[in-house]
Ligand binder design. Structure first.
Ligand code: LMR
Length: 396
């Protein structure tokens, strides 16, 4: 049965974790997987999460099945967090949300849902996009194509080309957009650019699928949801996949959400019944623990404020790391302009070096990043930035 299988290569992102852990170099630097790290290189459990978890442990009295939707309270609070409490689509009862096993689970649910809506729909993703997007949607039998997005030469958006491509997308297709903190480029749409993308979407009539894995890591929880909220107010149908991995630091709990917006309440109910069927066929129902933590935080004004404060600390540290690296490169005599890193948003940027240089950084300096030269900015710290900048200077 298994004899025809060919071994798969290690995942381009997750594979780095194993290599990094096995490396005994005392100055090794992990800029691979997108996880937040504190100045000591540790990924802490947020204090608000600890409090919420304790409360749930004390009050939880059953482990009975939760059902395919997951926790209704979590779904409601996540919907409000993403769209805002008074969003027109919410007031019109046009949004339905399910809890999912992480943002990836949300994307897989969305993929199977799209396949049931339009079996021949093409999914358009930005070039480049998160390394797992293509494989994930192709695994659901969806054809994936790309639209222009990041210009590696000028380190800026190919916005006119992006718009031109979107102007050709059929109404039966789906376009995946990153809500904020574009992974892997860190290059986000401005609010004006979002407005233009939204008017093309409404004009062409294709369905937007927005992936919001980093809400709060760019400019703030509400600011980062600008595109989501404006889009949801302008189109008939939309899908949103969100994740609590990064902004709640709940990586291993696997908690996220998938929301769909229908034309009206009746259409949304039909679509939701299909979404629930999709969930039942993949994993039956989502894990409950992460959702319980998040809903405990979001439902309590003090805990929510504490979470927003802790999120701001993570966001500010990452932004600080961006300018710290740029300054250190200049201090180390690097003449090449890296100022774009300080202007980009969220967890990632491309360093902009080639694959051989990425390999040299790994083999000779024990500095780990994705082969595309995507660096996870949270892995930079006061204690490694000098070594990092010197090493980068040496390979340029
Ligand atoms: C990343 O892009 O590094 C994260 O989203 C982790 C992952 O699952 O790839």
């Amino acid at each position: 049965m298994f004899e025809l299988l060919k071994a798969m290569p290690a995942d381009p992102i997750l594979g780095l974790l194993t290599q990094y852990r096995a490396d005994s170099h005392p100055q090794k630097v992990d800029l691979g997987v997108g996880v937040y790290k504190d100045p000591q290189g540790h990924t802490p459990i947020l204090a608000c999460v600890k409090v919420a978890e304790q409360r749930r442990t004390d009050s939880e009295d059953t482990k009975v099945y939760i059902g395919p939707t997951g926790s209704p309270l979590f779904n409601q609070l996540m919907t409000e967090l993403a769209f805002g409490k008074n969003h027109v689509a919410l007031i019109a009862n046009r949004i339905r949300t399910v809890s999912t096993p992480g943002g990836t689970g949300a994307l897989r649910v969305a993929a199977d849902f799209i396949k049931r809506c339009r079996p021949n729909a093409v999914l358009w993703v930005s070039d480049p996009t998160w390394a797992n997007h293509t494989g994930l949607f192709e695994a659901a039998g969806i054809t994936v194509k790309t639209y222009p997005y990041y210009d590696y030469d000028t380190k800026s958006l190919k916005f006119e080309q992006m718009l031109a491509a979107l102007n050709q997308v059929s109404k039966d297709d789906v376009v995946l957009l990153h809500a904020c903190c574009h992974n892997p480029s860190g290059m986000d749409l401005t609010t004006e650019q979002w407005d233009e993308v939204i008017s093309v979407t409404a004009k062409q009539g294709f369905t937007p699928l927005i992936d919001m894995a980093y809400q709060g890591f760019g400019d703030g929880v509400d600011e980062d949801a600008y595109g989501v909220r404006q889009m949801a107010a302008a189109v008939e149908n939309m899908i949103l996949c969100s994740s609590c991995s990064k902004n709640f630091g709940l990586y291993r709990e696997r908690i996220g959400a998938c929301s769909i917006i229908g034309k009206d309440a009746a259409q949304t109910d039909v679509a939701f019944s299909v979404l629930l069927y999709v969930v039942r066929c993949i994993y039956s129902m989502p894990p409950a623990h992460g959702a319980a933590i998040v809903e405990t935080i979001l439902a309590d004004a003090d805990l929510k404020q504490q979470w927003l404060d802790e999120l701001a600390v993570m966001r500010n540290r990452i932004n600080g790391n961006r300018s710290m690296l740029v300054n250190k490169l200049i201090e180390n005599g690097v003449e090449q302009d890296f100022s774009f890193i300080a202007q980009q948003k969220g967890m990632f940027s491309f360093l902009g070096v080639n694959q051989t240089q990425v390999e040299t950084l790994k083999s000779q300096h024990s500095i780990y990043m994705v082969g595309s030269s995507r660096i996870s900015i949270a892995g930079i710290s006061e204690s490694n930035v000098d070594y990092l900048a010197k090493s980068i200077a040496s390979i340029l």
